[in-house]
Design a protein. Sequence first.
Length: 302
Amino acid sequence: MDTSGSGVPVFPAQQGTTVAVGAAGQVGRELVATGAVPVTRRDMDLLASPRDLRETALRLFASADTVVNVAAWTAVDAAEDPVNAAAVEGVNATAPGILAAAAAEVGARFLHVSTDYVFSGVPVRADRPWQVDDPVDPVNVYGVTKAAGEDAVRAHGGTVVRTAWVWSGPHEPGRDFVSTMADLAASGRDPLVVDDQTGRPTRAGDLAAGLMELSRLTGELPPTLHYTDSGEPVTWFGFAREVFRLLGHDPDRVGACASGDRLSPARRPAWSVLDLSDWCRLATAPPPWRDSLREGLSVAGG
Ligand SMILES: NC(=O)c1ccc[n+]([C@@H]2O[C@H](COP(=O)([O-])OP(=O)(O)OC[C@H]3O[C@@H](n4cnc5c(N)ncnc54)[C@H](OP(=O)(O)O)[C@@H]3O)[C@@H](O)[C@H]2O)c1
């Protein structure tokens, strides 16, 4: 193994087939755009019986070198409704372990995307990003089920990649925060956005590129990694202001509010900043979120 003189391991590129489970979602679409083989709900329902799910997974993963699971129940507020409990548990907590086991059985690497919401949101020390091995302590059902899914994946030798604040942008209208803010800006409506949750946004395409890079690395991967775009942490309010500004609208049209002002069923962590140093030692450093936002909004300069 080459260490490029810096002690950082450099692995040779490896060509292989990457299968994306959850291919119709934000990150899944970007994975497919960069060459992954799509697996959608139509091909494999994660709520099938464990036996059927395993059999389908073994069939679909048979020629894969890497399986990336980006399927999840991501409706954080709806996850709090007891009516959805079995489905949320099935998709986020149970299915990932079955998929990871099937990947191990066919000899494929398994990458599983998880979330900052496994953390409490109260930093260990002020302004300290969450480390990969910090204890999880989720504050909502989505986070609890994602944390359980992480454990199941690691138990079968898979790698968990936590991310946060994923956005796609105006090319995927209505799917994410950035396209929603862009719509509001263009239609003259002035949003109120929470100013007490801090994190780092992640462009879906950046995360997909990072996952594809991981899929090509040879050698053992660590059990847990973090990937968000880089740069200084920001609140949702600050992020919304930047969308308005880059699109040529007055950022002062965005008003600030507190999480407590909103009657959301799910609590959300106040501090979501993930430490990226392990990722940066292993693979290409994520781009600054402001650069990705400018690019995603197709705005020069700014
Ligand atoms: N979005 C964020 O801000 C964010 C933040 C942190 C972490 N994450 C994590 O990042 C990953 C990707 O998120 P995303 O934003 O790309 O999610 P997304 O757009 O909501 O896509 C999730 C995909 O999962 C699929 N899915 C849900 N239930 C399924 C089932 N029973 N069987 C098969 N497929 C099913 C959905 O299929 P359909 O299209 O058919 O509904 C959808 O395509 C997830 O693991 C999520 O937890 C996301």
